[in-house]
Design a protein around this ligand. Structure first.
Ligand SMILES: Cc1ncc(C[n+]2csc(CCOP(=O)(O)OP(=O)(O)O)c2C)c(N)n1
Ligand SMILES: CC(=O)[C@@H](O)[C@H](O)COP(=O)(O)O
Ligand SMILES: [Mg+2]
Length: 623
């Protein structure tokens, strides 16, 4: 019988020998690789923390002790060890278990995640709650080096240093974000990890600590002294000590005995402690070790070779076209600069970075800074393009309002992953941006019907005097021809793609071709429907709205929540024009968080495909 079959709760780990724990690590890796080969998933982050997860669950008493995972994309071993071994085969699928910790899924998932750098704040809150309740449980945050580039992590450290709570922060340092990690902090960490001198001293201190049968404050004091003895070097230890944390490390995060010993010791402290653990991203699966960026988050792949099964050969992705267009534009306009928040590959900017290294900026997982940094550049005459995922842009809402729109600065927001993203689920779906951006005065908002229009919209945004946003979806374009000359579009004008007397569909972005397909189906049934591509969510083409409203039945379609989105904008125009006779049906996402699943499954579920749109038109006509 596999060892894993004996572990239905973390407490079962306590009966295992060291050799068995190591065998268990192998079995966990096997299960993670097997499942992800079928379902896709965050393979490399999860493989890197298998030993750490075993050690955490062996030493601490989850869920009484609270383990807070940052981002949560590395928590697969945690899921398997906490009663979800069978359910793990449903990972990331519609109706299956989430790829991230989720409180609704298990009492061992103590905080919902998906966005980065929240773990120290959340665990500090839990530590304060514990003390207010007079409880004695431990609280642990596990945060990656990439997530330590996010400002909220330092806000939390700053606060924690002030409160001095019993709190453990485990810094899982694999020297990688999704791509290579960036920034001065990352350099400081890796300097320490690779510095021979520091290693030697720490080894000596480690041996000394082992020789003494002591725990608690005295051991910490020695660790502190060791840190202080590193004269002339500024170390992460000094930084974290300045924040009021005791610092332990760096230690090998794949060495189970060392992890157990360290965690056992730390369990007895009641101060704020940071343990710096060094791991290898993708550990134990050669394709992932060799290419940790690809295997950070990957679709289904062939287990034996690591070959990714789909994604090659079809139409270019919107992301790819965005990256290509950026290069084209930058060759013509030297004021154009590109900014990403730790997603150079995900946003398609890596080729731009290669061609224009001085005009490309990866700011780390720092969306707020990315926007204000862009505003500074724009204030000095540059044309910054900030490429962010829709869901992550939410982090920087005040910066878009205060630093960009209020000053009418010409920053272009390239909003990728707008609409449903698929298996990452509700933390990552980009279904709110039209609503939260539409309320900002002076912001021009566009959504292309296809990848060719995307490039023209980027050109349009860059020719405006004020701020603009272009939102486009995850995945392949439609395979339409890509025009070589970039044409700015007339601002605030939609295009009528098809006329029809019975009703009109006003669609934006990904919904335009679906609307056209719906109109074709309806035409075969004798229903004649007009279809327009709105192109601009703001400013809306009022003339077009008025013209189409005259047909008596208007159907708006968007890949956004209905509250405050494109359809709401159309209703506002009708109200302002007193065209209250027109029957309006709005299609979009409801006032609820959209679950995980394949994009096409989710679109079908919410009626946002040709069939759903056709059904809505029939209903509106009473057929
Ligand atoms: C606010 C936010 N921005 C961007 C991301 C995308 N993202 C997910 S994981 C990750 C890298 C995290 O690196 P690290 O914390 O070191 O974890 P590792 O994957 O290396 O284990 C990024 C940029 C995110 N989840 N949240
Ligand atoms: C965990 C995380 O936030 C990212 O890894 C995300 O899963 C990437 O998504 P894409 O695959 O859409 O780039
Ligand atoms: Mg990392």
């Amino acid at each position: 019988m596999a060892l894993l079959d004996r572990i239905t709760e973390p407490k079962h780990l306590r009966g295992l020998s060291l050799r068995e724990l190591e065998q268990l690590a192998g079995e966990l890796r096997d299960k993670i690789i097997d499942t992800c080969a079928k379902n896709g998933g965050h393979v490399a982050p999860s493989l890197g923390v298998v030993e750490l997860t075993i050690a955490l669950h062996r030493v601490f008493d989850s869920p009484y002790d609270k383990i807070v995972w940052d981002v949560g994309h590395q928590a697969y071993a945690h899921k398997i060890l906490t009663g979800r071994k069978e359910a793990f085969s449903t990972l990331r699928t519609l109706g299956g278990i989430s790829g991230f910790p989720k409180r609704a899924e298990s009492s061992h998932d103590v905080f919902d995640v998906g966005h980065s750098s929240t773990s120290i704040s959340a665990s500090l809150g839990m530590a304060v709650a514990r003390d207010l309740k007079g409880a004695r449980n431990k609280v642990l945050a596990v945060i990656g080096d990439g997530s330590m580039t996010g400002g909220i992590a330092y806000e939390a450290l700053n606060h924690a240093g002030d409160l001095n709570k019993d709190l453990v922060v485990i810094l899982n340092d694999n020297e990688m974000s999704i791509s290579e990690n960036v920034g001065a902090m990352s350099e400081l960490l890796s300097r320490t990890v690779t510095n021979e001198f520091v290693h030697r001293i720490r080894k000596d201190v480690g041996a000394f600590l082992k020789a003494l049968p002591m725990v608690g404050t005295s051991a910490l004091q020695i660790a502190k002294k060791a840190e202080e003895s590193l004269k002339g070097l500024f170390t992460p230890g000094m930084l974290f000590q300045a924040f009021g944390f005791e610092y332990i490390g760096p230690i090998d995060g794949h060495n189970i005995p060392l992890l157990l010993e360290t965690l056992e010791n730390v369990r007895k402290f009641d101060d704020a402690v940071l343990i710096h653990v060094v791991t290898k991203k993708g550990k134990g699966y050669p394709p992932a070790e060799k290419n940790p960026s690809l295997f950070h988050g990957v679709g289904p792949f062939e287990r034996e070779t690591g070959k990714v099964l789909k994604g090659k050969g079809g139409p270019a992705s919107y992301t790819g076209i965005f990256g290509e267009t950026m290069k084209k534009i930058a060759r013509e306009n030297e004021k154009v600069v590109a900014i990403t928040a730790a997603m150079p590959d995900g946003t398609g900017l890596s080729p731009f970075a290669k061609e224009f290294p001085e005009r490309f900026f990866d700011v780390g997982i720092a969306e707020q800074h990315a926007i204000t940094f862009a505003a500074g550049l724009a204030a000095q005459g540059f044309r910054p393009v900030v490429a962010l995922y829709s869901s992550f842009l939410q982090r920087a809402y005040d910066q878009v309002f205060h630093d960009v729109c209020l000053q009418n600065l010409p920053v272009l927001l390239a909003i990728d992953r707008a609409g449903v993203v698929g298996n990452d689920g509700p933390t990552h779906h980009g279904v709110f941006d039209l609503s939260y951006l539409r309320v900002l005065p002076g912001l021009t908002i566009m959504a292309p019907k296809d990848e060719n229009e995307l490039q023209h919209m980027l050109q349009t945004g860059l020719e405006l005097d004020g701020p603009s946003a272009v939102r486009y979806p995850r995945g392949s374009g439609l395979g339409v021809p890509i025009e070589q000359i970039l044409q700015p579009l007339p601002v605030g004008k939609g295009e009528l793609l098809r006329d029809g007397k019975d009703a009109a569909i006003m669609a934006v972005g990904t919904m335009v071709y679906q609307a056209l397909r719906a109109a074709e189906t309806l035409a075969a049934e004798g229903i004649e429907v007009a279809v327009c591509n709105a192109r601009f969510i703001k400013p809306l083409d009022r003339e077009l709205v008025i013209k189409l409203a005259a047909k008596g039945r208007l159907i708006t379609v968007e890949e956004n929540v209905l509250q405050g989105g494109f359809g709401t904008g159309v209703l506002e125009v009708l109200e302002e024009e007193e065209l209250t006779e027109t029957a309006v049906t709005r299609l979009g996402y409801p006032d609820a968080f959209v679950e995980q699943g394949e994009q096409h499954e989710l679109l079908a579920r919410y009626g946002l495909n040709a069939e759903g749109i056709a059904a809505a038109v029939r209903k509106s006509l009473g057929r």
